[in-house]
Structures are given as C-alpha cells and as structure tokens.
Design a protein around this ligand. Structure first.
Ligand SMILES: *[C@@H]1O[C@H](CO)[C@@H](O)[C@H](O)[C@H]1NC(C)=O
Ligand SMILES: *[C@@H]1O[C@H](CO)[C@@H](O)[C@H](O)[C@H]1NC(C)=O
Ligand SMILES: [Zn+2]
Length: 422
C-alpha cells in the first residue's frame, strides 16, 4: 500500500514538469470571496499582501466590495484573518465555474448566422468565423475589417456596418470589446449589437435609421493575444503578452498604455508583474498603437461620433476622465445627461441597475485609458466606457445564460445614445 501511494503522489509532479511549457493554470479548489471592506482598508489590503492573494477589481477600497481569489492552501489562513468581516462566496470552486463556462457552443460556419450564437461563449477562431459569416450574410451592409496587428501578429478584427449611402461615408461609431482579455462578456455584447443592427436593418425603420446615419466599426476582441491566452492557458489573464526588460513577468495593460496623461501618478502600476502595469513607455503596446492610428484615420476621413469601450464587471456607464478626479470633460454636462439616460434605459429592460459618472470618481483613478485618449486626443464627439454585468455574483465568469439579457440591456443603453446624441 505504501509503495503505491507514493507512486501515485509522484506522478502528478512528473506530468507537471514535462508539461511546463503548456501547463494550463488550474483554479480547482480556489474560492472567490466578496468582502465588504467598510473602513478596514488597511486590514483587507494587509491580508491580501500577507497571503499573496489576487483581487479582481484592483486594490481593496474603503466602503467598497473587494473580490478576493483564495487558493486552497491559503483558505484556512484567509478565514482566520478575515474573522467575522462580512463576506459572501462568489465561487465555491473557481475551477468548476471555469469548466462550466468553457462549454463552448459548436460553431460550424453556419449557412445562416442566427441568435443561437449568443447561447454560449466561443473559441477565438469561431469569433473570427462568426464575423465573416455575419458580413457575408448581410453583404450589402457589412464587411470584415482589421485595425492592425497585435504583438503576436494576430489581426485585430472587427465588422464594419454601413447603410444606404455605402461604406465609409457617415460619421463613425467605434465599439471596443475585451481589451482586458478575461472580460469575455464584452465580446459577446458588442457582437450582439452587430447582429441586432444587421438582422433588423430591413425590418425596423428605427434600426435602418441608425445604420443609414452612421458607419459602425465593432471590434469584439481588441486584445486577441490576451484573449487566446485566456482560452489556452489562464482564464483570468488580463493584459497583452508583452515582455518588459528586466522582468520575467509578461503583459502590458493596453488600457493603461494609451499615450495621454500616461505619466500622471496613481492611475496604473509601474510593476511589470501587476495586472494594471502601464508599460515601459506610453503607447508601447502594439495594440494601443494600432487602435489609436485606426481611430485617428476614421476621425480624419469621416468624423468620429461615438466611442465606447466595453469591459466587465461592475455595472457602470462612465465618462471621461480616468486620469484625474478633478479634471472635467468639456462636454461633461451633456455626457452625464446621456449616461443617466442610458442607465435608465438599461434598467428598463431587466431591472438591472448600472451606476454612472466620470471614471475616476465612479470606479477608481486610471491613467492611459482609451477613453481619455479618444476624448481629448482623437476627439470623439461622445466617449464612454461601460462595465457590464454583474456586480459580484460571478464576476468575470458570467454564466452563458446571461449573454442575451446583457446584450439586450446594453443595446438599450446604446440605443438611448443613438437617439439622443446631438
Ligand atoms: C443557427 O446557427 C447554428 C450555428 O451557430 C446552426 O447550427 C443552426 O442550424 C442555425 N439554425 C438555423 C435555423 O439556421
Ligand atoms: C430585432 O428583431 C428581433 C426579431 O424580429 C426582435 O425580437 C428584436 O426586438 C429586434 N430588436 C430591435 C432592437 O429592434
Ligand atoms: Zn476591463
């Protein structure tokens, strides 16, 4: 008995050593807790640091919820430290939640693209096929476009939707999804917008009006390298896959890298190992450079009416600025009125509450974000960013049966903007 036990124990180590290159990060047995921080910021931060834990929404903040990932080996210590602080369990077994979510639908180059797509999450290659199939099905109103290449040479692929005037004529509306690789719902939601615009163009005068009046450029995955990595190696990867000299850690946070107010202190990390590492220099992520030149060329050619960057999670609809809590966007009054209307429209669909306001005062200070850059440097008429569902039951692992409701409510917010922007 003894011999066989030790043989069993030694096997996994062997397997792990052999597979070190491709090892998929396992979250089996990990738990995710949502802790009410209250006024105990120092205590919660201290626990996170002492036990070397990761959090899902940045550093714990006063009177906010901290969503904390705890490996099995730290569970006892975590529970002892947290004591009787108020908390709920978001994931009893994070590995099991990931396995359930990764039950992708089979997508075989459908003869006819349909809403079945939105009943599950999908492999990256299927997203590319879906965009091709969608553009082919509505070829009078759509084409596949790319806005440059990622670090690893993947095309940043999107769909361009246009109306009766033909392509490239009307003011542009640009939507980005999943710049943070693990925020999968953003991809599905902006694809839902594309599908809704195209599939209703011929039957809805309202939708036809939207599409005839604008050119939509919808990019479901603006961080393809990171997204691929979430599907091959680590579901919770956030950044791109860029190296930094002097560090063994990979990844620059593309949404802390945009070359505007990048060096303002406090809104991003200078640690290459951090989730929100700003990069070694502003704009040094190839994705940032590609996306920014694409936005500038659209602005020069057609004008840029609206830009929205979709993230998850927290249920927010936000305006510039991220870099400062005192700087006020020139159109702030109008932006707040639009954001207020958008969240009311979102709530009217399924009763889900989104908060709104400038990024810095609504969520936290963030430098080098797309919103500040697009608002001030590119010069979009209207600029927003949204954090989609939820507020902390599932976090990044939003169950697939919430894709359609998320798309429906987010589209209602988008529709409100389309009807009310000047
Ligand atoms: C809908 O699309 C799926 C693929 O996503 C396909 O299997 C199915 O046959 C399609 N249904 C119809 C009615 O076209
Ligand atoms: C699009 O068409 C579908 C199917 O007819 C309908 O259920 C949906 O409400 C329409 N969406 C919009 C935004 O018009
Ligand atoms: Zn994000």
């Amino acid at each position: 008995m003894k011999a066989s036990t030790s043989l069993l124990l030694s096997l996994p180590c062997f397997a792990a050593a052999a597979a070190v290159q491709q090892a998929k990060v396992s979250y089996d047995g990990y738990k995710v807790f949502r802790v009410a921080v209250g006024d105990e910021v120092a205590k919660v931060n201290g626990i996170v640091e002492k036990l070397g834990l990761t959090t899902w929404k940045g550093a714990p903040r006063a009177n906010a919820m901290a969503d904390i990932v705890v490996p099995p080996a730290q569970l006892e210590a975590f529970n002892a430290e947290i004591g009787d602080m108020q908390s709920i369990t978001m994931h009893e077994d994070l590995g099991a939640s990931i396995a359930e979510e990764s039950n992708f639908g089979v997508y075989a180059a459908a003869a006819s693209v349909n809403s079945t797509w939105f009943s599950s999450y999908h492999a990256y290659s299927d997203h590319l096929q879906f965009l091709k199939d969608l553009a082919a099905q509505y070829s009078g109103n759509a084409e596949v476009v790319t806005s440059g290449k990622s670090l690893q040479g993947n095309s940043i692929t999107g769909i361009h939707i246009y109306g009766s005037s033909g392509k490239g004529v009307k003011p542009a509306i640009v939507l980005h999804g999943t710049v943070h690789a693990r925020e999968w719902i953003g991809t599905m939601v902006v694809e839902y917008f594309a599908y809704t615009l195209l599939s209703n163009y011929s039957s809805s005068t309202e939708i036809k009006g939207f599409v005839d009046k604008h050119d939509f450029y919808i990019f479901p995955v603006v961080n393809p390298d990171g997204f691929l990595y979430t599907q091959s190696n680590d579901r919770l990867w956030r950044k791109n896959r860029q190296s930094t000299s002097g560090s063994t850690c990979l990844g620059h946070d593309i949404n802390r890298n945009w070359p505007y107010m990048w060096s303002v202190p406090g809104g991003a990390s200078t640690d290459p190992c951090a989730q929100d590492f700003k990069g070694s220099a502003q704009g040094d992520a190839p994705e940032t450079a590609a996306l920014s030149s694409y936005l500038k060329s659209l602005k020069a050619a057609q004008g840029l009416k609206l830009f929205i960057d979709y993230h998850s999670y927290s249920q927010l609809f936000m305006t510039p600025y991220g870099y400062s809590c005192t700087a006020v966007a020139s159109k702030n009054t109008e932006l707040q009125a639009l954001a207020k209307g958008a969240v009311a429209a979102i709530k009217a669909v399924h009763g889900v509450t989104f908060d709104y306001g400038p990024i810095c005062s609504t969520i936290y200070q963030a430098t080098g974000s797309s919103v500040d850059y697009v608002n001030d440097v590119v010069g979009s008429d209207y600029t927003f960013t949204s954090e989609l569902r939820d507020t902390g039951n599932y976090g990044f692992l939003l169950p697939a049966n919430q894709i359609v409701p998320s798309g429906e409510e987010a589209f209602a917010g988008f529709r409100y903007l389309l009807l009310n922007m000047k």
